[in-house]
Design a protein around this ligand. Sequence first.
Ligand code: 6GU
Length: 256
Amino acid sequence: MKFVVLTIFPEMFGPFWDHGIIRRAIEQEKIFASTLNIRDFAEDRHQVTDDRPYGGGSGMVMKPDPLAAAIRAAEQDAPSAKKILLTPQGRVFNQKIAHKLASYEELVFVCGRYEGVDERIDHDLIDDEISIGDYVLTGGELAAMVIIDAVTRQIPGTLGGEDAAAKDSFANGLLEHAHYTRPQVFEGKAVPDTLLSGHHEEIENWRLESALMRTLMKRADLLRNKDLNEKEIEMLKKWSRNIQDILNFHHKAHKE
Ligand code: 6GU
């Protein structure tokens, strides 16, 4: 996968390329990462990339000419790339989009700054617009890093475990199960017995139940939209029977 990022702050990306999974993916040539400084494509003496908005008002607008030139230069470097503009007006990023983007050979990220980008940077130059959530950032750089991070860990071989990405939160529509490591007892709290049992099937069942419970408690919306499998339905029914049982006892106790 080749990532090319167009930005007026290329220095922001140095530390990002240089740490953890991203660094290792670059070293192992699973990903190729570069930035282009939009300022280098400004023709004027001061290399200006923004200007005041026609019609007046506060804030500055990113000029179309340096940006268009930068995008065309990126296309030289990554001819098959999907070109993505980072903007709060884009479709909202999620795991499904991360998975889809990981299937491309090349991605170009265009980081908007100031109040916005001149409207004439449009369909010939941009294939997709993505936002990372309903809040406003000062620029698309952090959003590009978020997306590059999520896409990189979808690329086979970038994570430690064989199928680590497949077990991720959201990959199966559930949050991840609870995790424990040493010590076995921390501040009086013990690790659940099942996880110490060495019994693989029981451990898998425990993890599914943990994942399902956490999703129900923290993100019930995910469960409503999920295709539940038979095991998951059985677990939910079991809980439901238990809850009904408690309520029945409670009801009787109060009538007596
Ligand atoms: Cl992609 N850009 C900016 N400026 N703000 C955002 C965003 C992107 N996604 C959420 N907020």
